[in-house]
Structures are given as C-alpha cells and as structure tokens.
Design a protein. Structure first.
Lengths: 434, 75
C-alpha cells in the first residue's frame, strides 16, 4: 500500500509490518477488494429483517453460518415480498463494505441485487418438530398444573442484567402494590451461551425453598435473537421445575418454545410481573378492610338486634294489659254517657207523662170539686144555725152540772142542787134554793 | 383439612359474609362465623403485610450466601 503524504505518526517499534496507514484509506481499500469478490447466489433462511433509511437489512443463516445482507429499499419494494423470520431465500449479489467515517460506524454486508423466496426455512421446521417432540413427551403440561401462589413473598427473576426487562418487571410489581423480596438471577439472553446459563439460573432459583415463582424475561428482538429460548435442554429444564415459571420473551407476536412449556406466557415483562402476583395488593387491602367492617357490623347487630327484640318482647305483656285497660276505660266512658242520655230521655218522657196526667186529672176533678164545695158551704150554714153559742148570744143561758153536762129539765136541776149557768160571755155558779 | 392459603381464606371470608348477609344464621352461628371471619381477616392482613414491607432486591448469589451463613450459624 502506498504511503499517503502528510503522515505524522511513526510506526510501532520493532514491527516488521508496513504502515501505519490512515484507517479510512485502509477501509476504502478493503471495500474495493471485497467488491472484487465474485458475485454469487446464496441460499439460506432470513432472520431479523428490518428497514433502514435507504436500504433493508437482514441476516441469511443456515446451520453452518450466517451473513449480514442488505438491499436497496426501492429494489426490494419492487419485488413485493414480505420477509418473515425463517423464510428460505435465494439471493444474488456480492460483498460490500461501508467504510464508515469519523461519525458513523463501518459495516460489512452482502449487497443483494436479486432475491427469490424459496419456502419455509429449515430452522422453523426444526422448531416445529421440537415443539411436537416436547408435547409428545408431555412437557407442555407439568408447569401448568403447578399451583401458583396468589401472594408470593419471594419472586425469582431470570433476565439480562442491562436489559429494559428488569425495569419493566419492577414496574409491573409496583403496579400491583407488591413490595416483597425480589431475587435476580442475571444471565445472557442472546447468544449461544445463553440457554445453558438461563437453565442453570432457573435450577439454582428453584433449589431455594424461599422462591415461590420465577419470571423469565427478555425484551423484544427478532426471532433469531430469541432463539436461545427455544433450546431443547432449557425447555426440558423449565418443564420439570418445581416452581411455576412465567415467561415473557420478545413481543406478543413471537412464540418461543419456553412460552409453550412455561406455566404462563405473557407478552411483556410488565405483564409477567403482574401474572406472578395475581392480586392487586392495594385493592386487596382495601377490600379486606371493607370485609372486616362488615363482619364487625354483623357481630354487633347480632347482639343488638336480638337485645332489642327481647326488650320488645318483655314489654309486650304490659303493653297488652295497658291496651286492654284503655279499651275498658273507653267502654266505661261510653257506658256512662249512654246511661246519662237514657236518664235524660226517661226524665223527659216522664215529665211529658206527668204533664199529660195532671192535665187529665185536673180535667177529671174540677166539676166534683165545685159540687163538694157547695155542699160544704151549705152544711156549714146548717151547722151554724144549730150552734148553741148563737142561741146563748141571743140571751139564752145553758144550765150545766158540775161535770159540764147540760141539764135539760127542772128535775135534773133540782137533783143537781148546785149548777152552772153558761151565758154567751161566761159562766155563773147557781144554787137551787127550793 | 386443606392448608390455609390467602386464596382459600378470601374465598371463605366471602362465603361467611354471604351467609351473614342472608340473615338466615342464628345467634350462635353468627357469632361463630364472625369469629372465624375475624381470624381469616387477620391472616390475610398478615399475608399482605408480608409483601408490603418495601421491595427488597438482591442477587441470587447474595441470597445463597445469606442462607448459607444462616445455616452455618445454626450448626
């Protein structure tokens, strides 16, 4: 390589290698050399398709290796195909290298100019075969039969140490109002070492009696990135763990094998955390408070209501008697009033009768009374005519013996010897002298 | 008798309240149910308290070391 002008740096001491050359110059020469490689057709499965600003990017993989590929976006869009993970492709193109700059990173890619979809990829077929094998071995069910504690005190989490999933798990637990003990078992979640490390972390967590449930969480990525979670050994480990495993690997569109064997599979780490603590602790506490109050109310009423009922019953006989007494008094008052009315009516009727009788009697006796009065007057006159006093008044004298008996004959006067002469104005004693 | 869990306790509390609300329970049964309900509420409150003391985060190896330390002290 030619030595560019204006080089200031001196080379490494004792080095036999040429240079130093500016890296940009070397990178450009590398790009040129790579472009000299023969243009060829390659076949493999597509993984991790994504769109950039001007180009689309994906990996082409098979069991032996992989190559990053890129294609101009307008050329790709003209093909009208959708690339999903695992799709088998045949592509035509050649090696290319973007040398980068002081502000951008370099990148190698196989620059694709032609592309044809060849069919479903081998990796997806292998995945489906493995899924069926696990199912036929009965490994999809054991986890789902495990009882999940509604309120675990200690939760184990297997995730990447620097991933966003870690924060999401904590956010999910906080949303539940859960604040127990969280045990982190960090493991790589995206390379060929990931699966055994994740399996080991799960076994260690399950070996601790305190751990009641385990979350396995990883954020989104291409299915290729998530392939560690389709490892057969890892899936068999999960299936036979004593604690329930809640998986949240990738997004809801992804379906890894660990999702199939786990007790519960969630779309995000936040949801996995909520599945690990099915109860909203704050709501549960409020509900418990309400229930405690209702129980206390029932306990209180059980006594008070019955005490009131007993009190009412104890008063009942007295109230019964009082009611009857009131009724009797009322009847007595009515009776008296009725008797008064009857008396007044009788008196009134008797007065009328009396009046009628007196008038009748008066009418009956008036004529007899006049007649009797005339008789009496006549008899009075007759008697007065015979009154001796009236005779004496005319000058006559009445001779009486000592006893006052009248003497009507001279013989009687002689016989009496001493007599009394009664005149109208007094008595005079007299003596017979012959 | 099945082991008491938070879930079974909550279910039993709800059953007790339904029975009490029905008004069919006599005095003795009511008092017994209220007592049982109070015990269950206390149990549930203790379970909730156990996961409300503040989030404690620790690594697996820390927990293992702590448990091993506790085991060694017991011996």
């Amino acid at each position: 390589m030619e030595q560019p002008s204006g080089i200031a740096e001196s080379g490494l001491a004792n080095s036999q290698l040429p240079g130093p050359y500016p890296v940009g110059t070397y990178a450009l020469r590398l790009r040129d050399r790579l472009r000299e490689f023969a243009r060829v057709q390659l076949s493999g499965e597509v993984w991790g398709f994504r769109r950039g600003r001007a180009r689309v990017y994906f990996e082409l993989r098979d069991a032996q290796g992989a190559l990053p590929c890129s294609m101009w976006q307008n050329e790709f869009d003209r093909l009208g195909v959708q690339l999903t993970d695992g799709l088998r492709l045949v592509v035509g193109g050649g090696c290319d290298y973007y040398p980068g700059s002081s502000t951008s990173s370099p990148a190698f890619s196989f620059s694709v100019s032609e592309l044809r979809v060849a069919g479903e990829g081998d990796l997806l077929v292998q995945l489906e075969r493995l899924r069926k094998r696990l199912a036929s071995d009965g490994l999809m069910e054991p986890q789902k039969r495990l009882a999940r504690p509604p309120l675990p005190r200690t939760i184990g989490v297997v995730t990447g140490e620097r991933g966003k999933a870690r924060d999401d798990v904590i956010a999910g637990l906080r949303r539940r109002g859960w604040a127990g003990r969280l045990v982190w078992a960090f493991a790589p979640v995206q390379d060929r070492h990931a699966a055994p490390r994740i399996a080991a972390a799960l076994r260690e967590l399950a070996a601790l009696e305190e751990i009641e449930v385990v979350i396995v969480a990883r954020g989104g990525g291409s299915l290729a990135d998530l392939f560690a979670f389709c490892d057969e050994a890892l899936c068999r480990t999960v299936a036979l763990l004593r604690v329930p495993v809640i998986s949240s690997v990738g997004h809801h569109t992804d379906r890894t094998l660990i999702d199939d064997v786990a007790a519960v599979c969630c779309s995000t780490p936040t949801h996995a955390a909520e599945a690990a603590v099915p109860i909203d602790c704050r709501a549960a506490r409020a509900e418990l408070h309400r229930q405690a109050q209702r129980l206390a109310g029932h306990g209180r009423r059980a006594i008070l209501d019955r005490a009131r009922a007993l009190s009412h019953l104890s008063r009942a006989p007295a109230e019964h008697v009082a009611r009857h007494r009131r009724q009797l008094h009322q009847k007595l008052r009515e009776l008296r009033a009725s008797a008064r009315r009857m008396c007044e009516q009788g008196r009134s009727r008797a007065g009328v009768h009396l009046l009628v009788l007196s008038r009748t009697a008066a009418r009956a006796s008036s004529s007899d009374h006049v007649r009797r009065r005339a008789d009496l007057e006549r008899w009075a006159l007759a008697l007065a005519a015979h009154d001796p006093e009236r005779t004496l008044a005319r000058g006559y004298a009445l001779v009486e013996d000592r006893d006052g008996s009248p003497l009507a004959s001279a013989a009687d006067v002689r016989a009496a010897g001493e007599v009394t002469m009664r005149l109208h104005d007094g008595r005079v004693p007299a003596e017979v002298k012959e | 008798m099945t082991e008491r869990t938070y879930e079974t306790a909550v279910a039993r509390i709800e059953e007790i309240i339904r029975r009490l609300d029905s008004g069919e329970a006599g005095l003795r049964e009511t008092l017994d149910l209220v007592k049982e309900g109070r015990d269950l509420v206390e149990y549930c409150a203790a379970e909730l308290d156990a996961v409300s003391q503040g989030l404690e985060e620790l690594r697996l190896e820390e927990l293992v070391a702590r448990l091993e330390g506790a085991g060694a002290r017991e011996q």
